[in-house]
Design a protein around this ligand. Structure first.
Ligand code: G3I
Length: 333
């Protein structure tokens, strides 16, 4: 195992976090978490579906376990997330007869949800992903056509930040999204954020998720994105980092039965080079934190996604929890 953890190598730069589930905190990866990271993000436990399954019932178990662990071990916590189009329980958008609720009712429910969750962890969660992935993937519209948008128009975004700020004025409030280095999406996110800031919405930062691959982003795309968002006056964090060993543009082709998903020496080298490049940019950029999305290659959300049955190797620790070539490139500076 590495003698020092990532958090020690990067002490003078930024906190280094990892996305976890409650069961990671009592399992074989607990030692690795404590050795390597100084910040945690609940991978799923604080999303609306898991934490607020019915209108009058909250399920705090896993979220509390993660926050209690972090507080007792002096780790920071990023809360994830308060408003998203995925993992939102169906009841949120329906009245007792199964009809869509009005904008007024939906905003009242959003307010109740955000106030309850943020207040519970006030002082323990230093930053919240308030709105997640609200910008559309294609250029036909700025905001994604989700039930939030269909019922409220774009007002739900500003309101979510206002509710969160009222519940914990000291928490840093983030907008979080993916593909923010691709010029088209980057500019749409920029437009939204600039508008929020100009309207006086209490937003402090932008989370660039960082679900990247050995081929993207390029150094110049990454630098441009960070600089452009920082120029609005927002804090910039990388919130969900992993480097897929498969190019995203080829992800949609069907998987051939003879493919073996081996993590070849060539892929190991390409991944190490990509990690080296992005971290050298991070060290010279106004980046306020990096969070990896999962702990080791033993379990990652990219296993089976978007190609069913396919194994991926996107993290800095291998399937045995040992540091990979990419780890040594990241800490060797
Ligand atoms: O908990 C249930 C379990 O009871 C059930 O048996 C099982 C059967 O499928 O599903 C379990 O829930 C799954 C959950 O992860 C916990 O493992 C959901 O189906 C599955 O959809 C969910 O996937 C998560 C995904 O977000 C969707 O919410 C991934 O773990 C999580 O890594 C991923 O994270 C997102 C970020 O929040 C936002 N940015 C993109 C990122 C990657 O998609």
């Amino acid at each position: 195992r590495a003698q020092q953890g990532l958090k020690d190598y990067y002490r003078d730069y930024f906190p280094i976090g990892v996305a976890v589930s409650a069961r990671d905190l009592t399992g074989p990866d607990t030692t690795l978490i404590l050795q390597q990271f100084n910040s945690l993000t609940p991978e799923n436990a604080m999303k609306m579906g898991p934490i607020h399954p019915e209108e009058n019932r909250y399920n705090w178990k896993d979220a509390d376990a993660i926050v209690d662990f972090a507080v007792s071990r002096h780790l920071r916590v990023r809360g994830h997330n308060l408003c998203w189009h995925e993992q939102t329980p169906a009841w949120m958008f329906k009245d007792a007869n199964g009809n869509p609720v009005t904008k007024e009712v939906l905003l009242q429910r959003l307010k109740e949800h955000i106030t309850t969750v943020v207040s519970r962890y006030k002082g323990k969660i230093y930053a919240w992903d308030v709105v997640n992935e609200a910008v559309a993937d294609d250029s036909t519209s700025l905001i994604r056509n989700s039930p939030w948008y269909a019922i409220c128009g774009e007002d739900f975004i500003a309101k979510a930040f206002e509710y969160a700020h009222a519940a914990d004025p000291d928490a840093l409030l983030f907008y979080n999204d993916y593909n923010t280095e691709r010029p088209e999406k980057r500019e749409r996110v920029y437009k939204l954020l600039q508008h929020l800031v100009a309207s006086g919405v209490p937003i402090n930062g932008v989370g660039l998720q960082g679900h990247w691959s050995i081929f993207e982003p390029t150094a110049s795309e990454l630098r441009t994105a960070i600089d452009r968002f920082a120029a609005i006056g927002l804090k910039v964090q990388i919130t969900e980092l992993d480097i897929s060993v498969y190019p995203w543009e080829k992800n949609r082709r069907p998987r051939r039965p003879d493919e073996h998903d081996e993590f070849t020496p060539l892929l190991q080298q390409q991944q190490a080079d990509q990690y080296k490049m992005i971290f050298s940019i991070f060290r010279h950029s106004p980046i306020g934190g990096i969070t990896f999305w999962n702990i080791t290659d033993r379990r990652t959300w990219l296993d089976n996604y978007p190609v069913p049955g396919r194994k991926n190797y996107p993290l800095l620790f291998d399937t045995n929890g040992q540091p990979k070539k990419a780890f040594w490139e990241v800490v060797n500076f």
